[in-house]
Design a protein around this ligand. Structure first.
Ligand code: SF4
Length: 214
C-alpha cells in the first residue's frame, strides 16, 4: 500500500464549497446582518476562498440539519424574505427554530436572539425557538428554549433588520466600509479569525474576547 496526500481531491472539495458560498453582491442574507457588517461588506467585495475549517463547519451544519429533518419530519432550511433580505430558517414549526452549536458551556449571546428575532419578523411571528448543542457540556448537551417578544420588541427587531440591511446596501453602493457601524463589543471574538482583519486594521481595536462563541 502506498499512501500520499492528494491535493486534487482537496481542491475538488474546496471548489465545491466555493460554489456553494458564491455570494451575490446584490443579495443580502440574514447571516450578513447578524454579526459584523464590515465583514459582510468585505466578503461581498473581496470574496476569499473557503478554508478546510469552513468545510468542517459546513458539513457539520448540513449533517445536523439533515438528521433533525429526518427525526422531526418537518420543513428545514425554509427560505423567507423581507426588505430584500433572504433568510433560511433551520427548522420550521409554528415559528422559526434556530439551532446553534457551541463550545461555550453556558453563554447565551445576543446574536442568537438577534438572528432568531430576524427570522421571527420575517414570518410575522412573535415567538421562536432556540436549540443549543453544547459540545463541551459534561452532561445534557442540548438546551431547548421558547423565546417570546412583546409587540414593541418585535417592532424594534423589525426596524433593526431594515436598518442593518440599508446600512450594508449603502456601504456597498458607495464602496465605503467606514459607513458601517463598528463591531459590537460582545462580538469582537469574530476578529480573531476574520479573513479581513488586515483590511480592517487601523479602523478598530482588536481586543481579546472573553469567551469564544459561535
Ligand atoms: S476584523 Fe473584526 S471588525 Fe473587522 S471585519 Fe473582521 S470581524 Fe469585522
Amino acid at each position: 500500500m502506498h499512501l500520499k496526500s492528494d491535493e486534487n481531491l482537496r481542491s475538488l472539495f474546496l471548489s465545491a464549497l466555493r460554489s456553494r458560498y458564491v455570494d451575490s453582491r446584490a443579495e443580502i442574507h440574514v447571516s450578513d446582518l447578524v454579526y459584523c457588517l464590515r465583514e459582510a461588506y468585505f466578503r461581498k467585495i473581496e470574496p476569499v476562498d473557503p478554508t478546510l475549517k469552513q468545510l468542517g463547519f459546513f458539513v457539520d451544519g448540513a449533517r445536523r440539519h439533515k438528521v433533525l429533518q429526518e427525526i422531526l419530519g418537518v420543513e428545514c432550511e425554509v427560505e423567507v424574505k423581507r426588505y430584500g433580505v433572504v433568510g433560511h430558517i433551520d427548522v420550521m414549526l409554528d415559528a422559526p427554530v434556530e439551532i446553534k452549536t457551541t463550545r461555550a458551556r453556558s453563554a447565551l449571546p445576543d446574536h442568537y436572539f438577534r438572528q432568531l428575532g430576524f427570522y421571527a419578523v420575517m414570518m410575522n411571528a412573535r415567538h421562536g425557538y432556540l436549540v443549543i448543542q453544547r459540545l463541551n457540556a459534561a452532561e445534557d448537551p442540548w438546551e431547548f428554549y421558547r423565546v417570546e417578544w412583546t409587540e414593541e420588541e418585535i417592532k424594534e427587531i423589525d426596524r433593526e433588520l431594515k436598518r442593518r440591511a440599508d446600512q450594508l446596501r449603502a456601504a456597498l453602493n458607495f464602496h465605503d466600509p467606514s459607513m458601517l457601524p463598528e463591531i459590537e463589543e460582545d462580538m469582537r471574538w469574530k476578529c480573531r479569525s476574520c479573513l479581513y482583519r488586515e483590511r480592517c486594521k487601523g479602523r478598530i481595536q482588536h481586543e481579546r474576547p472573553k469567551e469564544a462563541e459561535r
